[in-house]
Design a protein around this ligand. Structure first.
Ligand code: GLA
Ligand code: ZN
Length: 698
């Protein structure tokens, strides 16, 4: 079992330097915009924040124009005054470097810095995040303003840490395709492949006469007369991720030198990001991301996705588990947590009473040791006038104001022992950027989507409430009883070797269709599928079948007993070479052939789910397999209730989170104390709509 310690001296230091009471072991703050607020209100704002119990703010991440009104002329007086006032009220400051929003003088003078989108159109200034991550002038000027900030505030009392940039890739275009990126890509390829011959072989450029005789001929995957080479396209996604990481690291190196006592992070958009999070946070102190459950709910509705019993709670949990796992289980921070109506042109409603508190506990249960609410006041100007904060447009208190105040108070009272306890995971879910990018490039079926698959697998397995780490493909699997890897389309030799030894050592590996199809350079393997995992899975793939109107169905063997399932988007037709058959197709020319198999290797099992199962069947199958692997839910709870268990020594706490609007009853076999109310809880308890309990064994 993996038990990652949440303890990290950094947090104690950060909280201590934020000037808060020793009882507060957690950063609880707000995103604040003194640059957008009349100076006469800063004192009142700081006093109110302090009264709410906040320990910190994040400020200045979009204030480049105020800090550098013309090139090389810096004005930090206003920011210094704001920091002083905040500090006087015991509010620590996380400073944002402002590279996400270059000022108009810069755009006018250096139009080369503008991003080019995937359609080849050059973005224009006027919004934000219209910049190229490779462009040397943009990098130089971003580093220059960040350096001046570090010089000015490196030793200023009250400053505790840094956020580099803001959501590096979340603009209207996720990647840049400009000439600077092309040159950067070519250099990156020189390092990766060393020789042109190696590059040509690795991509198979002989196809369509694409053999390169100089690195400078390699294009970026912009519109051509046909699709790009899949190897080039996948490498381009890797390059763009790398370019953003190296952009971040330029500022990080400087901050390490100039502000050695401060923490440094950046805020990304979690699951939606196009930067590999493991790479992004490798050298930063902790992962931080922005969490807007209601806004995502609105986006899902816009995409016509049906609502689930817990709204999008499981997707949000997946984001938290990813953020914790990218730093090997260390605490992470929510740099922006939704507190009000959220959106720009259209917006999500005010969270229901209790939801902001619930989302906060959800983050903390999964290992967050910092939550900043977005945002303090609500702007009356600018593109985000409808993105509501804790104060309304007229500065009256929003419906979440009291709730946040109460939550902050509770969390501070919860104490170090619970907050620093361990998040224990017996299961792991593989999250593989290569697979997600390669499948965007060639999904095989218009509706096949890596994120959708990962999210529905996570939703199914999280129902066992035993803790899930979300791991990189080549991570150590030995801590887990069971490892799930949906759509493991690109397979490296190293990953395959780890899977084999995990299964041989007694683990259960569960995967599905499109397994092991591609090499790391996005060529298709020359052996029968599933390529490198043929032996361990004990099958070969006789055929792979995208499904449109002629749906298939599967019949389950007794081990997975249940009503026949639907097979929606895809069917890998399996031919056992040693594996037992757990389900078969019932329709079409493949009727009677294997749809799900399980192979026994050493003391472990390898399960291949060839069919894209309907939600109910997938949930039952994954749950049955988890049971076979020895996973036992800590408590049986109704849908919509989330449990997260945390441990320290022989002590244990169970966070019970009700993501539904109505009261739910939960049977608990032992006697617990709810740490939030001090009440004894035993037998059948009612957890109120959007309610939270932190149960400690009596
Ligand atoms: C993001 C950004 C913020 C702000 C909020 C609300 O995630 O980081 O600057 O735009 O969302 O839109
Ligand atoms: Zn570019």
């Amino acid at each position: 079992m993996s038990a990652s310690s949440i303890r990290l001296p950094l947090w104690a230091r950060a909280v201590a330097s934020a000037g808060t009471s020793p009882a507060g072991q957690i950063l609880l703050g707000v995103d604040y915009y003194p640059d957008q607020t009349p100076e006469a209100l800063w004192e009142e704002d700081s006093r109110m924040m302090s009264e709410m119990g906040f320990t910190n703010v994040r400020i200045a991440e979009f204030a480049w124009a105020l800090m550098e009104p013309s090139e090389g002329k810096f004005e930090f007086g206003w920011l210094h005054r704001a920091i002083q006032i905040l500090h006087k009220h015991n509010i620590g400051v996380i400073l944002g470097t402002p590279s996400a929003a270059p000022p108009p003088w810069l755009s006018a003078k250096y139009p080369d810095i503008f991003e080019v989108n995937a359609q080849g159109q050059r973005l224009r200034p006027g919004g934000r995040r219209f910049t190229c991550p490779t462009n040397p002038v943009y990098r130089k000027l971003s580093l220059a303003i960040a350096t001046q900030m570090a010089k000015k505030f490196g030793e200023t009392e009250g400053v505790i840490g840094w956020q580099i940039d803001n959501e590096l890739t979340l603009g209207t275009s996720l990647r840049c395709y400009c000439n600077f990126c092309q040159a950067g890509f070519q250099n990156w390829l020189r390092t990766r492949y060393t020789t042109l011959d190696n590059l040509n072989q690795s991509w198979g450029t002989v196809f369509w006469s694409q053999t390169y005789t100089d690195f400078s001929q390699v294009p970026v995957p912009l519109l051509s007369g046909g699709d790009p080479n899949p190897g080039l396209a996948l490498d381009y996604d890797r390059y763009q991720s790398y370019a953003n990481v190296s952009f971040t690291e330029e500022q990080l190196t400087m901050l390490r030198q100039m502000c050695p006592t401060h923490f440094v992070t950046t805020n990304n958009v979690g699951l939606l990001d196009t930067i590999d999070m493991c790479d992004l946070y490798a050298k930063l102190d902790f992962a931080a991301f922005d969490n807007y459950p209601g806004f995502f709910d609105m986006l899902m509705a816009q995409e016509g996705k049906p609502p689930s019993s817990d709204g999008i709670a499981t997707t949000i949990s997946l984001g938290h588990d990813l953020a914790r796992s990218v730093k090997g289980g260390e605490p992470f921070m929510i740099m922006e947590e939704q507190s009000g109506k959220a959106g720009q042109r259209t917006f999500a409603p005010q969270p229901e009473a209790g939801q902001v508190r619930l989302w906060t506990y959800q983050a903390v249960a999964h290992g967050a040791m910092g939550v900043n609410y977005f945002r303090w006041d609500t702007a009356t100007f600018g593109a985000e006038e409808y993105w509501h904060g804790i104060l309304n447009h007229d500065r009256s208190k929003s419906p979440a104001y009291e709730e946040i105040r109460q939550t902050v108070k509770e969390l501070k009272a919860l104490g170090q022992e619970v907050l620093y306890s361990q998040y224990a995971a017996q299961m792991a879910l593989v999250f593989d950027y290569d697979c997600s990018w390669a499948l965007k490039i060639q999904p095989g079926h218009y509706a096949l989507d890596y994120m959708n698959q990962v999210t529905s697998w996570y939703g199914a397995i999280s129902a066992s409430h035993t803790g899930i780490d979300v791991i990189a493909p080549e991570a150590d699997l030995s801590p887990y009883k069971i490892v799930f890897a949906p759509l493991a389309y690109v397979m490296s030799e190293k990953q395959a070797a780890k899977i084999k030894s995990f299964v041989q050592g007694g683990g259960m590996f569960v995967t599905n269709f499109r397994l092991g199809v591609k090499t790391e350079t996005s060529q298709i393997v020359r052996t029968p599928l599933p390529g490198l995992l043929r032996d361990v899975m004990g099958v070969t793939v006789a055929d792979y079948v995208p499904i449109y109107s002629a749906k298939n169905a599967v019949k389950f063997a007794p081990a997975l007993a249940g009503p026949d399932g639907e097979c929606g988007l895809w069917a890998d037709i399996l031919q056992p070479t040693g594996a037992e058959v757990l389900a078969s197709y019932t329709k079409g020319s493949h009727a009677g052939e294997a749809a799900i198999t399980m192979n026994t290797v050493g003391s472990g099992k390898a399960v291949y789910i060839g069919a894209d199962l309907d939600g109910a069947s997938l949930a039952r199958v994954l749950r049955t397999l988890s049971g076979l692997a020895g996973i036992k839910p800590p408590l049986e709870v109704p849908p919509g209730i989330e449990l997260t268990v945390r441990r320290a020594g022989d002590k244990q706490w169970t966070f019970v989170l009700n993501h539904t609007a109505v009261s739910q009853s939960v049977s608990i076999p032992k006697t617990f104390t709810d740490l939030l109310t001090g009440k004894t809880r035993t037998g059948k308890i009612d957890v109120s709509g959007y309610g939270v309990e932190v149960l400690q064994s009596a």
